[in-house]
Structures are given as C-alpha cells and as structure tokens.
Design a protein around this ligand. Structure first.
Ligand code: HEC
Length: 177
C-alpha cells in the first residue's frame, strides 16, 4: 500500500468515525485479525495444546490492544450456541440470532452483519463467525488427544467441539457503551 492510499484511508476512516456501523465493522475486523494472527503464531511455535492456554489467558488483552483508543467507547465479546468459556454465554439479545444461525453453514444466511437496537437505545453490531480450516484444530470433529486433554483441564464443560468446516461457530459483537 502506498502512503497516499494509506493517508486517504485514514482520513476517510476519521470522517466516518461517527458512523457506528462503519466503526464497529472496522473494529470487528481488527479483533478477528489480531486474534487469529496471535493464535496462528502460537500454534506454529508451540503447538495447539499450548496455544489453548495462551488463548485462554490472552484473549482479552489481545482484543484490548487491537481496540486501542476505541476501547472506551465500546464493549465487545464473542458468544455462541455452544460455548467453551462460560464467560461468553449468550446474553438475552443473542438468543434469537443464535437460534436462526445454529447448525447453519456459510452462505445459508446471506447477511454479513446485523445492527441490533437494545431497549436502552444503544446499538449492537453482530457478525457471524464460521469455521475455517485452522479452527478445526480446537473446535472440529477430530481434535487431537493432546488438545482434548488440555481442553478438559481448562474447560470441563466445553461444548465447542464437533463443528464442521464452514459451519456457524458463533458471533463477534460490539456494543456502544
Ligand atoms: C488453538 C486452539 C483454538 C483455535 C485454533 C481456535 N480457537 Fe476458538 N477458542 C479457543 C479457546 C481456548 C476458546 C475459549 C477462550 C476463552 O477462554 O475466552 C475459544 C473460544 C472461541 C469463541 C468464543 C465462544 C466460546 O465458545 O467461548 C469463538 C466464537 C471461537 N473460539 C471461534 C473460533 C474460530 C472461528 C476459530 C477459527 C478462525 C477459532 N475459534 C480457532 C481455542 C481455539
């Protein structure tokens, strides 16, 4: 990317800063990229079982770093119909969306994101996440024995395995504070 394009991009982003949808989408992409990058590096370096404890300990700090200054304006997280960490259990707003998406595959529901208005007027950005090849390692049908052992140790009530490639896995969400 040349500097001109980058500068244009940054100025455009600034101009649109008021627009919740634009900001939330940008932030969601940032969070996803940053999480996956850190996770892939850890899997490559130390193997999947080690990456699980890493993910467990660092998921919030990584997300916070990716969110930088925007952290004060928004809350964010991930949720699912089949959760691994109980802290990610669905809030009331998520129930209907999860019902619609549960057991669906990429392409079944065409919408890439939703803007949901909460009863207090705050906006919520909701984006579905689908299983990619690299997710199978820790959420798939044939996870290795070592990964399984590690998961049982940290998440004794884990429900987030047995997913197929391209299956709906959960949502990433961003909420106005
Ligand atoms: C190295 C193992 C590993 C890989 C690879 C991995 N995850 Fe996870 N995933 C985890 C762990 C561990 C948690 C629980 C994190 C926590 O404690 O908050 C988790 C949690 C989640 C959650 C939050 C909901 C819940 O169940 O608690 C979603 C959504 C999710 N993963 C989606 C994905 C997707 C999509 C991919 C592929 C792009 C992926 N994961 C790849 C280990 C992994």
């Amino acid at each position: 990317m040349t500097w001109k394009i980058l500068a244009f991009f940054l100025i455009s982003m600034n101009a649109l800063a008021q627009d919740f949808e634009t900001e939330a989408k940008f932030l969601a992409t940032d969070l996803k990229t940053s999480l996956m990058q850190n996770l892939s590096e850890k899997v490559a370096k130390a193997g999947a079982p080690e990456a699980i404890s890493f993910c467990h300990l660092n998921v919030k700090p990584i997300a916070k770093k990716a969110a930088r200054d925007r952290i004060d304006k928004y809350e964010f997280g991930r949720t699912s119909h089949k959760i691994r960490n109980e802290l990610n259990a669905p809030q009331a707003w998520a129930e209907l969306y999860l019902k619609d998406f549960s057991e669906k595959f990429k392409g079944d529901i065409k919408k890439e994101f939703f803007i949901h208005k909460l009863s207090d007027g705050k906006q919520l950005y909701i984006e579905p996440l689908y299983m990619q090849a690299q997710c199978l390692l820790c959420h798939g049908e044939n996870i290795s024995k070592q990964v399984k052992t590690k998961l049982e140790e940290i998440y004794p009530h884990d429900k987030a395995t047995g997913f197929k490639l391209n299956e709906f896995r959960g949502f990433i969400w961003i909420k106005e504070k």
